[in-house]
Write a protein that binds this ligand. Structure first.
Ligand SMILES: Cc1ncc(C[n+]2csc(CCOP(=O)(O)OP(=O)(O)O)c2C)c(N)n1
Ligand SMILES: [Mg+2]
Length: 550
């Protein structure tokens, strides 16, 4: 007879292909049922945070909804940082955990519902008779609100026989949000009129535009208006015509491209939250630019926004296109007269910095030129995030992700690799990480090497320091000792996990990457490049933060 845990597994299997996690007493029956009676794949990771991170990365890389699992107590508390990240980054996933028995907590139990709630995640607890239906509610909540949910199985309920698995209900998901009411209709029409008369229109897409599938409609809108376009760090490559696209905006943006944004007279932002980094701390748009935001948030999310239209990015973009067709707008010419590709260029570095270590800009540029096109870049957090974001072109938002940056956490990099690898099974997965975050995440180097194998490449920006802290506080004169890390031989560490490790001290050492790229994935090992870079070259986005903080 199926158990309550089997009911959970069966209901999940209708909506989830993959679960990542670590087993323990609290999820043993669930994992047994998942393995024996469903087609859901289970991938073991080595730290529970990694289970949530991998499920998160799986979703961001276009794999759909994924599950994570951990045992009760310490297994669950190990997930909290990754759970907070998924909440803040708006990534749906279902975390299946063991929980205290219904009879009350044991000495090793903690109030898991309160802990999940404290980081913004809702818990659904299954009972003896409603496990399948409750599982569907947890899925529905995750997908509707684009958040992680926790599905808790009390310890004394997990193995109870629950009878044949019922046909679970289908999750009910809302339609894309359309601008509602006469007020919104007029706002759309007026924005269309403004765009049709604008000599220098600018359109910016964020991750919300990608999730909404707005690319085609936004492409038409750009054609009809003659707009120059760009993406946020999470919304790159949404617009179909790259020759009119300035690439990434915000701190990672190329200086001259960002100057051009300030020349726009009308700017419309689709599906972007306009955080301080995207907005260059208020300087992205010039004071005279009329800024409009289209988003599903209840109201505008930045004070520089002058007009707000609440709605799904694709729905509103299509409405604007229809309106412009009716109005027979003329198309602005400014994008035709400008060499946009030239504006997207970044400074090339030197071969070595003054201290003799590598200049990260030249390392990044060389690696960027060698990477295979079909790739997904997963990034940990730290000063180094600028290098991949500036020097490695991104085709679409599901091909670069920074799991950890919404919550400003480091140490979630290695575990992102298995998630992305399973979501895009033909792609090369490229991890970009610092030495500090890399050491924090090290347990899941094992998962990364095992799952991605010859499709996996890790680039470690090894500056023997918590570089971001040196830049923000060391340069202010604070004690440097806590900011330094003894230089770790990551290449040797990688060999211990079954990968190939290469210490990169000169640009010529990157020739190994050129060879590796030419080999079939099945014939090559996971490759880790331990790049010994100088901490003296500070990325422009970080200089901006230093300026704002000083
Ligand atoms: C979990 C966590 N601990 C500490 C921090 C503070 N922090 C932010 S960046 C950073 C340095 C990261 O060092 P590394 O990974 O080597 O990258 P680098 O800055 O040197 O490029 C630290 C410690 C954080 N953001 N998250
Ligand atoms: Mg470092």
């Amino acid at each position: 007879m199926p158990t309550v845990s089997a009911h959970v597994a069966a209901a999940l299997s209708g909506h989830i292909d993959h679960v990542f996690g670590v087993m323990g007493n609290g999820n043993a029956y669930f994992l047994d049922a998942l393995e024996r009676s469903t087609d859901v794949g289970f991938t073991a990771v080595r730290h529970e945070a990694g289970g949530v991170v991998a499920a998160d990365a799986y979703h961001r890389a276009g794999g759909g909804l994924a599950g994570a699992t951990a045992t009760y107590g310490a297994g669950f508390t190990n997930t909290l940082t990754a759970l907070a990240e998924a909440v803040q980054a708006h990534v749906p996933l279902v975390l299946v955990v063991g929980d205290e028995p219904t009879s009350g907590p044991r000495p090793w139990d903690v109030d898991q519902i309160a802990l999940a709630s404290a980081v913004g995640a809702r818990t659904y607890t299954v009972g003896r008779t409603d496990a399948a239906a409750t599982t569907i509610i947890a899925i529905e909540h995750a997908l509707t609100y684009r958040v992680p949910t926790v599905l808790a199985i009390p310890y004394d309920v997990a193995a109870i026989e629950a009878g044949p698995v019922p046909e679970p209900p289908t999750p009910r998901l809302p339609e894309p949000l359309a601008p509602a009411g006469a007020f919104a209709r007029v706002a759309v029409r007026e924005l269309a009129t403004l765009l049709s008369e604008s000599p220098r229109p600018f359109l910016l897409a964020g991750r919300g535009a990608w999730i909404a599938g707005a690319g085609e409609a936004l492409g038409e809108l750009a054609e009809l208006t003659g707009a120059i376009t760009a993406g946020t760090a999470l919304g790159r490559g949404v617009f179909p015509r790259s020759e009119f696209d300035l690439g990434v905006t915000g701190g990672f943006g190329a200086e001259e491209a960002m100057e051009l944004v300030r020349e726009a007279d009308v700017a419309v932002v689709f599906g972007a939250s306009l955080n301080q980094f995207t907005m260059r701390f208020g300087d992205l748009f010039a004071p005279g630019t009329k800024v409009f935001q289209v988003d599903i948030a209840p109201a505008a999310t930045h004070p520089n926004v002058g007009g707000y239209i609440r709605g799904d990015a694709a729905v509103v973009a299509r409405l604007l296109v229809e309106e412009l067709r009716v109005q027979r707008a003329w198309s602005a010419q400014w994008r035709v007269d400008i060499d946009i590709e030239a504006l997207r260029a970044y400074a090339l570095g030197d071969a070595a910095a003054a201290d003799g270590r590598l200049d990260p800009r030249s390392v990044a540029a060389r690696i960027g030129g060698l990477l295979p096109e079909n790739r997904v870049v997963v990034s940990d957090g730290g000063h180094f995030i600028g290098w991949a974001n500036m020097y490695w072109p991104v085709a679409s938002p599901d091909r670069i992700m920074m799991v950890g940056t919404a919550f400003q956490s480091i140490g979630l990099g290695f575990a992102s690799v298995p998630g992305a690898a399973l979501a895009k099974p033909d792609a090369t997965i490229v991890l970009t990480t610092g030495d500090g975050g890399g050491l924090m995440a090290l347990a899941d180097l094992e998962s990364a090497v095992r799952v991605a194998a010859g499709r996996g490449l890790a680039v470690v920006w090894n500056d023997a320091a918590y570089g971001a802290e040196v830049n923000l506080y060391g340069l202010k004169g604070l004690a440097k000792e806590p900011m330094l890390i003894p230089e770790v031989d990551f290449a040797a560490v990688a060999r211990g996990f079954g990968a190939e490790g290469v210490v990169v001290r000169t640009l010529d050492d990157l020739d190994r990457l050129a060879e590796w790229v030419r080999m079939p994935a099945s014939d090559r090992p996971f490759l880790l490049l331990d790049c010994r870079i100088s901490g003296s070259v500070i990325a422009p986005y970080q200089q901006e933060i230093i300026r704002v903080n000083s």
